[in-house]
Design a protein around this ligand. Sequence first.
Ligand SMILES: C[S@@+](CC[C@H](N)C(=O)[O-])C[C@H]1O[C@@H](n2cnc3c(N)ncnc32)[C@H](O)[C@@H]1O
Length: 246
Amino acid sequence: MMKTTFYDVYNYPDGSDKRKDYWRFHLGKHMDFSKLKGKKILDVGCGQGTISKILSDAGADVYAIDYSKVSVEHVKKTYPKIKTQWGDALNLKFSDNFFDGVVSIGVLHHTTDTYKGFQECVRVTKTGGIFLPMLYTKYHHYHFLYKLTWFLRKNGRKAEDIPRIFIKGIRKLTEWYYKEPRTDKDAVHLIADQFFTPIAKFYSKRQVLKWGKENGLMFLGSSMTFFGEHRIYNFKKVAELGNDKK
Ligand SMILES: C[S@@+](CC[C@H](N)C(=O)[O-])C[C@H]1O[C@@H](n2cnc3c(N)ncnc32)[C@H](O)[C@@H]1O
């Protein structure tokens, strides 16, 4: 059943050109955009569609799902070419081996069962296809920052309850960084995503490579994003495992 989720209220900001360039750069380390034409790619947890749009611009046939109906409506309206639907990363409504590639950027660590989400992404990827999840890194600065700010999330506090001066400060900082106007609401949504998100889990590279092995994936490489709080993994599906072996 569709219920109101955290990201319905604090939907992730739509991608400015700078954010799109940022992701083109990081994903470009692992996928050749010139070879995406006609490829069926699924964006799991598409948010406001930044990643889907980049892939679609490169000629991929993009499918996108998200748990937030507000985000899904936004992507449907803004990027009609993308095949967008409401969906749960832990129970994908696609048949096995359906996609040439699956990407999931900053999503599975916000779910109740990251490993189940990982397995679902692998299930819908064709043998020979690619799977690129991006997950929070364990023992990096953001891991500590999230844990140290537990008191912010105590007693149902909300991002908008933090002092205006911080909200204004974050707004100015993001305006400077993205070189475009931002609203206080954008700043609140960003603060919410970073410090008020109800579930944030952190994974070591070792752990994720173990999951890859268990699920018939070949590890092709990984890289961290600029500040190191995320790692993008590049896997190729090389073996089809029976459900009993998963
Ligand atoms: C931090 S945002 C990232 C959005 C997008 N991937 C991007 O990078 O712009 C996390 C997204 O994951 C979605 N999400 C969280 N749990 C989910 C689930 N179980 N199934 C599908 N989407 C989920 C949220 O609704 C939200 O849009």
